[in-house]
Design a protein around this ligand. Structure first.
Ligand code: PLP
Length: 385
């Protein structure tokens, strides 16, 4: 069979398998989803539909329509403190996925090592492998999953080229403080490494926790590449629009790869994204308010399950309870929950070895689903005894 060694080196996302399985069964309560359950706010949908009616049905500039890049630049300046030139430093991509794929293809050479703070979104390792690189997990410890410079030092070799940081974090819900993030970026700079800062959950933060963008510090302008997306903030996962901010030379390389992949992000979706940035932002606050209420229900419920310990996530829409006291591999627990309790969750091991002993439950679903899911998990636990 003519399948490349690169492709043979990766597995489909373990999360995808669970999604496919639970979607094929109507008796399952899905607490596994990695996307907002809300539909895209209507003024954004209208902007997309209008663009099609107005004839925006063609390829766009490979880096995205300039108006959108300009709106992104204003957003970055106003909200993130990042100064980026829309002509040379911002690229609109087909979602965060295409952004990270393009970054890794554009900057990694075979056998370059990439530090990945784990537990982490499983796709990072796949992107690194597809670029010929070697993912090097840096294990973080719960309940805070706080990274430190020392941990990076321990895993750094002369081949280390990149570090991937994701805050707010999928799956742990951690939101790293400015000082913590800065010390990691300083370490990266000292060792001539690139930092990929994945900020796709930036808006979903609770209790006054603040998201900090590393690229806002001028000294990191050349060493930090920032990834963001419209998917989680505006409930736009299906539209496929994300963006990357990088210095001009990296941006030129990212654009080459993105051009070869998809030519450009979908034209109507880019106009919808423009509508999202130019329109009212109350929809974002409303969705985040709803996630905050759901977070409280799910954390309380999970923490009451015998053998589970659940701390409140500072951001994202994931709860990540510690289930290590059950002394059963997380994949087995998730499987039993699916088959016996009819509740879909994601085993912590899907996020790397450091995720073992945890389960990820998404609260991007209705209160009713959360309540029913939790009561099923509780009933299942009492039967196990
Ligand atoms: N980064 C993280 C941490 C994610 O969880 C996801 C999606 O689940 C993405 C990036 C990519 O999202 P999208 O391609 O929809 O922007």
């Amino acid at each position: 069979m003519h399948v490349s060694k690169r492709v043979q080196s990766i597995e489909p996302s373990p999360i995808r398998k669970i999604i496919d399985l639970s979607e094929s069964r109507s008796d399952i309560i899905g607490l596994h989803a990695g996307e907002p359950d809300f539909t895209t706010p209507s003024h954004i949908v209208e902007a997309g539909v209008r663009s099609l009616r107005d004839g925006y049905t063609h390829y766009t500039h490979g880096a995205g329509i300039l108006q959108l890049r300009e709106a992104i630049a204003r957003k970055l300046h106003g909200e993130n403190g990042i100064e980026a030139n829309p002509k040379t430093e911002i690229t609109v991509t087909a979602g965060g996925f295409a952004a990270i794929f393009a970054i890794t293809q554009a900057t990694l050479d075979p056998v370059d090592e990439v530090l990945i703070l784990q537990p982490s979104w499983p796709s990072y390792s796949g992107f690194v492998r597809l670029a010929g690189g070697v993912p090097v997990p840096v294990s973080l410890q719960g309940p805070d999953f706080e990274p430190s410079r020392k941990m990076l030092e321990h895993h750094t070799t002369e081949k280390t080229k990149m570090i991937v940081i994701n805050s707010p974090n999928n799956p742990t819900g951690s939101v790293y403080l400015r000082d913590c993030l800065s010390s990691l970026a300083e370490f990266a700079q000292d060792h001539d490494m690139l930092v990929v800062s994945d900020e796709v959950y930036e808006k979903i933060v609770f209790d006054g926790n603040e998201h900090f963008s590393l690229a806002s510090r001028p000294e990191f302008r050349d060493s930090v590449v920032t990834v963001n997306s419209f998917s989680k903030t505006y409930a736009m996962t299906g539209w496929r629009v994300g963006y990357v901010i990088a210095n001009e030379s990296i941006t030129t390389s990212i654009r080459k790869i993105h051009g070869y992949m998809v030519s450009c992000a979908p034209s109507d979706a880019q106009r919808a994204a423009l509508g999202a940035l130019l329109g009212p932002q109350d929809c974002v606050n409303e969705m985040v308010g709803e996630y905050a209420a759901r977070r409280d229900w799910i954390v309380k419920g999970l923490d009451e399950v015998e053998g589970f310990r659940c701390v409140a996530p500072k951001g994202t829409f994931y709860a990540f309870p510690d289930v290590s006291r059950l002394n059963i591999p997380s994949a087995e627990i998730a499987n039993k929950l699916l088959e016996e309790a009819k509740v879909a969750s994601i085993p912590g091991s899907a996020f790397g070895a450091a995720g073992e002993g945890y389960l990820r439950f998404s609260f991007a679903t209705s209160q009713q689903n959360i309540e029913e899911g939790i009561s099923r998990v509780k009933a299942w636990r009492s039967k196990c005894k």
